[in-house]
Design a binder for this molecule. Structure first.
Ligand SMILES: [Cu+2]
Length: 288
């Protein structure tokens, strides 16, 4: 079940992306973007071209870093713009349509390149034959705010041995959404773990949940459901994300079982792993 080729591609992609960000500082972008930073979608509006970019070249269900670039008619990437965005899915419900958004951050200029704006989107469903996503970007480059909407394709990220996003209705009736940010490249030993935790307030409001605890219990289902040392339950950091550690004592397929607890220590979603209950209803899956 090892996937060395995929891991290598990911490593190469990440290092190339880092190099690219440094190279592009303050460089008026008149040519096509570096091959390591890929344009996922673009739209031209009032003489400006707005691009959505990332290093993987795809959007998937779960946490997605997203970069935006605004070019003028001469192809120069613009700094000092004000930018906001809203992802929206339109679903065919058979006899009518339904729209919903998902968790997403604000957008701000990158500290390493002021002509790139960055944030993240946690897509909660994949594009399908019955539903499509669009991103509306509202931008102001100094002459008033304008909006442009562009379609985006979101791929499924669930498979037999992979799961980076999950949601669950808590015992308090609230729908919680969990998106794994790290480990993105799991290794044997103790890995940093970072998770975004959100709740559904309405179809367009998914705020970050504050001051909860996410308990973590990795298991190997293929090997008697054994665990591993080095786990540290996740607590919220200053960046809003939940940080902790997850241990993997060998390579292979791991299920990362989770319990979402409120600030008072009450378990709201997920369950402990026991001899008769081999998984939590709230979990991620990795394979390396
Ligand atoms: Cu949907």
């Amino acid at each position: 079940m090892k996937l060395p080729v995929r891991t290598l591609v990911l490593l190469l992609g990440l290092s190339a992306f880092t190099a690219c960000k440094k190279d592009e500082v303050a460089e008026p972008s008149t040519s096509t973007p570096s091959s390591s930073l890929q344009v996922l979608q673009s739209a031209t509006h009032n003489g400006y071209t707005l691009e959505l970019l990332n290093s993987s070249g795809k959007f998937e269900v779960g946490h997605n870093p997203v970069l935006v670039r605004i070019k003028d008619g001469n192809g120069n990437a613009l700094e000092n713009a004000t930018l906001s965005w809203e992802p929206m899915m339109t679903m065919d419900m058979g006899g009518g349509t339904h729209q919903h958004s998902c968790p997403y951050s604000s957008v701000a200029a990158s500290t390493s390149n002021p002509a790139l704006y960055e944030g993240y989107v946690v897509f909660n469903m994949a594009t399908s034959s019955t539903g499509f996503w669009e991103m509306t970007l509202t931008y102001d480059v100094g002459n008033g705010a304008s909006s442009v909407t562009m379609p985006v394709n979101v791929l499924a990220s669930d498979s037999e041995f992979r799961k980076r996003y999950t949601s669950a209705v808590g015992t308090d009736g609230v729908t919680y959404l969990l998106a794994m940010v790290e480990p993105s490249q799991p290794t044997t030993g103790v890995n940093n773990m970072v998770v975004g935790l959100y709740k559904r307030v309405s179809g367009t409001e998914f705020p970050v949940v504050d001051n909860y605890t996410i308990r973590v219990d990795p298991r190997m289902p293929g090997m008697g459901n054994h665990g591993a040392p080095g786990n540290v339950d996740l607590t919220q950091g200053a960046d809003g994300f939940y940080h902790g550690s997850v241990g993997f004592s060998m390579t292979g397929y791991w299920k990362i079982n989770l319990i979402v607890e409120d600030g008072a220590g009450t378990a709201l979603a997920g369950n402990a792993v026991t001899d008769t209950q081999e998984e939590s209803s709230v979990h991620f899956k990795v394979n390396f």
